[in-house]
Design a protein around this ligand. Structure first.
Ligand SMILES: C[S@@+](CC[C@H](N)C(=O)[O-])C[C@H]1O[C@@H](n2cnc3c(N)ncnc32)[C@H](O)[C@@H]1O
Length: 403
């Protein structure tokens, strides 16, 4: 956001400085430094912020993000992206996009042009659109899950917070989600009551992570989990709240030298879905119904793994979950592995900051900074042995041992 008069020397200097950054990171990337790509994106955003006037930035914020978000969601229901990729991506007209749902072509036109202006479709000529790489991603079913869960909470969050005198939401059954969705129970209950969203949500959680660094890439799995501290180690890796089992399946496939047991623990509804998805039998994953608010039935496992689980809960509930794991751990052997965001204390990544508000909207929960993780883990009589990260804005790995 331009702090100086447009066209003034100061404004021009600020633009020149931001441009220089864009140019430097762009050159590094072209020269083969792949880590420069994220810096390039950040500096390009900075350049836009410097070049825009405050009113332009304000209008963009008020108009563009909500329009983009709602147009995207409607376009999914209209099957715009699915249609766009058909026939080898031949450019199509609004009349063709309207056909699958018998929608009004005028309505479709109003949606497709938003999609094109926000790079979700490529506008070839007036009213004629072709798919791009983003269209192909959006043509898949999983990306609606997060929208359907969160949007009502987002829309009603300002009123909810005002009504509750701006208290930090921490009650998982009485927060912005319940207020927005007019639902009396926990968000996970709402999900199981909405099977389509439930399916989409689990696909989304899984697909999302396929595009981000895998825990195996950032954590010294071989040292900690395969080469044994014992002869004939009967190791167990338990994935707690592990969704539909793909994390364990991927682990078995990527780490064939691991000979131990793999156990997926989930609520009954998710175990039923996992059974229906028929995990690859050769990966030999044991499915176990388990409520992580009750004592952990597998004692002395080598690792208790949780991905995107603790960020669903406020500290009070996390202490119960972690307490049951602490009680099941074998000193000097068992570890808890937490695969979650570790927010920087300063200049936190936009992905972490946004997910923090998502978690408030969905579960009255939060993402945590490194010092907040330490405080939480210490308060359970446990200790962080190490934090592993790969790339800003991605989830990290927190290794926890008994004190
Ligand atoms: C955000 S999802 C993460 C799923 C998976 N770990 C992943 O990263 O894709 C959180 C999971 O916790 C599970 N969960 C919620 N409450 C639970 C409970 N009381 N006991 C066990 N699992 C639970 C949910 O069913 C859900 O699959």
């Amino acid at each position: 956001m331009a702090e100086h008069d447009i066209g003034s020397n100061k404004h021009n200097e600020a633009i020149a400085k931001a441009l220089k950054q864009v140019s430097a990171h762009g050159t590094d990337l072209i020269d083969g430094d792949s880590a420069a790509r994220e810096k390039l994106i950040a500096s390009a955003r900075e350049l836009v912020a410097v070049a825009e006037t405050p009113v332009e930035t304000l209008l963009w914020n008020i108009w563009a993000p909500p329009t983009r978000s709602v147009a995207l969601r409607i376009a999914v229901d209209l099957k715009v992206f699915e249609t766009a990729v058909q026939d080898d991506g031949r450019p199509k007209s609004d009349a063709e996009f309207a056909t699958p749902t018998a929608a009004s072509p005028i309505l479709v036109k109003r949606i497709t042009r938003v999609c094109a202006s926000m790079h979700m479709l490529e506008e070839k000529s007036s009213g004629l659109y072709a798919p791009n790489a983003l269209t192909r991603l959006l043509a898949r079913p999983e990306y609606t899950g997060s929208w359907d869960c969160a949007q009502p909470s987002f829309a009603h969050m300002p009123t909810y917070l005002k009504n509750t005198q701006f208290k930090n939401p921490q009650n998982p059954t009485d927060g912005p989600f319940q207020y927005g969705q007019k639902y009396p129970g926990h968000g996970f209950g709402w999900l199981t009551d909405h099977p389509d969203v439930f399916q989409a949500f689990h696909h989304y959680a899984y697909t999302l992570r396929k595009h981000r660094p895998n825990w195996v890439e950032m954590y010294p799995v071989h040292d900690r989990h395969i080469s044994g501290p014992r002869e004939n180690d009967s190791s167990v890796l338990v994935d707690i709240g592990g969704g539909t089992g793909q994390i364990l399946q991927d682990f078995r496939k990527s780490t064939p030298e691991y000979a131990g047991r793999l156990v997926l623990q989930e609520v009954p509804e998710v175990i039923a879905v996992a059974q229906g998805m028929e995990l690859d039998k050769s990966t030999n994953i044991e499915l176990q119904v388990h409520d992580f608010f009750t004592p952990q039935p597998i004692k002395g496992a080598r690792a208790y793994f949780m991905r995107s689980v603790l960020h669903d809960w406020a500290d009070e509930q996390c202490r119960v979950i972690l307490g049951h794991l602490r009680d099941a751990m074998e000193p000097g052997y068992s570890r808890i592995l937490i695969n979650d965001c570790v927010l920087a204390d300063e200049h936190a990544a936009w992905q972490h900051i946004s997910l923090d508000i998502f978690m408030m909207a969905l579960a009255s929960a939060q993402e945590r900074t490194e010092s907040e993780w330490h405080a939480l883990i210490d308060s359970c009589g446990l200790k962080i042995a190490g934090i592993y990260n790969k790339g800003e804005g991605n989830e990290g790995m927190i290794e926890v041992i008994l004190e």
